[in-house]
Design a protein around this ligand. Structure first.
Ligand SMILES: Nc1ncnc2c1ncn2[C@@H]1O[C@H](COP(=O)(O)OP(=O)(O)O)[C@@H](O)[C@H]1O
Ligand SMILES: [Mg+2]
Length: 155
C-alpha cells in the first residue's frame, strides 16, 4: 500500500464530484474496489467516475445483471470501457465464473469498478484501488482511498 487518504463528503453531489475527480487518474487496466454498507454511496461514487470518463448513459445499480458495460473516454481522450460490477446478490462461485469475473480483474481496454468485491472471496486483482466508504455521525460519509499491490508485485 503506497497511498492512503481520507476525505469527508457531506452529500450526494460531493460523492459524485469525488468520483469525477478520481476518474481523471484512472487509465485502462485499473481496478477500483468499493467497500461500504448498503446505502453507503458506492453506486453514487461510480456515477461520478462514469461522469469523469464521459459516459453518456445513466449508471444504475447492475444488481441483477452483475455487470454493466459503458463506453467512455479517459482524461487523455482515449476510448475506454467502464465495467461496473455489483456482486451483492452473487450466490455461487459458478455465477462468478459465468460472467467471466477474472477478466474484469485485468480489464485491458477498460476500468473495472466493483461493488461488494468481498463476495468474490480471495479473488483479487494484482493491484487495485480500494475505496472504503463509511457513514459519518453527521450524516455524510468518509471515503478512505488505498492503493494495494499484492505481494510479489514490484510496484
Ligand atoms: N456522501 C454522501 N452523503 C450523504 N448521502 C450520500 C452520500 N453519498 C451518497 N449518498 C446517498 O446515499 C444513498 C445510497 O447511495 P448508493 O450510492 O445507492 O449506495 P450503495 O451503492 O453503496 O448501496 C443515495 O440516496 C445517495 O444519494
Ligand atoms: Mg450500489
Amino acid at each position: 500500500m503506497t497511498d492512503d487518504d481520507v476525505v469527508a463528503i457531506r452529500d450526494h453531489d460531493g460523492m459524485v464530484d469525488y468520483g469525477r475527480k478520481f476518474a481523471k487518474d484512472l487509465r485502462a487496466g485499473d481496478v477500483v474496489l468499493l467497500h461500504g454498507d448498503l446505502g453507503a454511496g458506492k453506486t453514487t461514487l461510480t456515477q461520478g467516475i462514469a461522469a469523469g470518463l464521459h459516459v453518456g448513459e445513466v449508471i444504475q445499480s447492475p444488481t441483477f445483471a452483475i455487470v454493466a458495460e459503458h463506453d467512455g473516454t479517459d482524461a487523455e481522450g482515449a476510448p475506454i470501457c467502464l465495467y461496473h460490477l455489483d456482486l451483492y446478490r452473487l450466490a455461487t462461485r459458478e455465477e462468478l465464473d459465468g460472467v467471466g469475473y477474472e477478466q474484469y480483474l485485468e480489464p485491458v481496454d477498460g476500468i473495472s469498478v466493483i461493488e461488494w468485491p468481498e463476495r468474490a472471496g480471495a479473488c483479487l486483482p494484482d493491484r487495485f484501488w480500494l475505496l472504503r466508504i463509511e457513514y459519518s455521525p453527521a450524516g455524510g460519509r468518509t471515503v478512505r482511498r488505498e492503493w494495494h499491490v499484492q505481494r510479489n508485485q514490484s510496484s
